[in-house]
Design a protein around this ligand. Structure first.
Ligand SMILES: NC(=O)c1ccc[n+]([C@@H]2O[C@H](COP(=O)([O-])OP(=O)(O)OC[C@H]3O[C@@H](n4cnc5c(N)ncnc54)[C@H](O)[C@@H]3O)[C@@H](O)[C@H]2O)c1
Length: 246
């Protein structure tokens, strides 16, 4: 049966757990070849083995330009082209502004902002060669509304909105699309670790849909943006948040 992603090669960062893992599995199920990064080698190798020859795991720190060069080289060597990139990897830290640590600001900048910029830089060449491309950046409610204690995270995620708009305009003439997805409350380790295990409870209280989302519920939007279903969609922002941010 034909899949929506047949013939497409996609890189997903932070693909060893959470929404990234769900995206890797969902993309392969729709016919894509996927190279996914992450720092957990055990999980990466296990997921790649389950997906047979359709996916490859590469150890990657998104804030390292050398790692990006290696990921892109391995993807081209293994699958011959790059059509999609999901800048999914992310990190969070919370602190009152009066106690914020410079090391946390630097760290979140490197993972959430520098990483996606370097990723875009290194896939542009192969996407231009392929004649098309779709890049998806993952933002956050902290990047679009005021959420206390999240200054460093908000700064890095709000920056991605600017990056998305800028690069969407710059790359449009080359047939490369760039969009931002803003997840609301998703049931992942990141959210659980940052809410003291109370993420489902908080979602029930604050999300108009009154529930937390499962990582698989992100996959449809990612497939839409990476596939030819959205060929005239670029520079936009899609919120997958049960009406939370509105
Ligand atoms: N879970 C939520 O409710 C929520 C809400 C808004 C935004 N987000 C964003 O969604 C994305 C996915 O998060 P998730 O909830 O699935 O979290 P997660 O912690 O399960 O997954 C994040 C992944 O990124 C990886 N990662 C972190 N730093 C990295 C680095 N330097 N190099 C490479 N990989 C790195 C982690 O190892 C992990 O695999 C993140 O960008 C996050 O900020 C999540």
């Amino acid at each position: 049966m034909a899949g929506r992603m047949d013939g497409k090669v996609v890189i997903v960062t932070g693909g060893t757990r959470g929404m990234g893992e769900a995206e890797v599995r969902g993309l392969v199920a729709e016919g894509a070849r996927v190279v996914f990064g992450g720092r957990d080698e055990g999980a990466g190798n296990r997921i790649a083995a389950e997906l047979g020859g359709h996916a490859a795991y590469v150890r990657q720190d998104v804030s390292s330009e050398d790692d990006w060069k290696r990921v892109v080289a391995i993807t081209l060597d293994r699958f011959g082209a790059i059509h999609g990139l999901v800048n999914n990897a992310g990190a969070q830290a919370a602190s009152p502004i009066a106690k914020i640590k410079q090391e946390d600001i630097d760290y979140l900048y490197r993972v959430n902002q520098l990483g996606p910029i370097l990723g875009i830089k290194h896939v542009v060449g192969p996407m231009r060669e392929a004649g098309c491309g779709s890049i998806v950046n993952i933002g956050s409610p902290a990047g679009v509304k005021g959420l206390p204690m999240l200054t460093a995270y908000a700064a890095s995620k709000a920056a991605l909105s600017g990056v998305t708009r800028t690069v969407a305009v710059e790359l449009a003439p080359h047939g490369i699309r760039v969009n931002l997805v803003v997840p609301g409350f998703f049931d992942t380790d990141l959210l659980s670790e940052n809410t003291g295990g109370k993420s489902a409870e908080l979602a029930e209280r604050y999300v108009p849909m009154r529930r937390i989302a499962q990582p698989q519920e992100m996959v449809g939007t990612i497939l839409y943006l990476l596939s030819d279903d959205s060929l005239y969609t670029s520079g936009t922002e899609i919120r997958v948040d049960g009406a939370y941010t509105i």
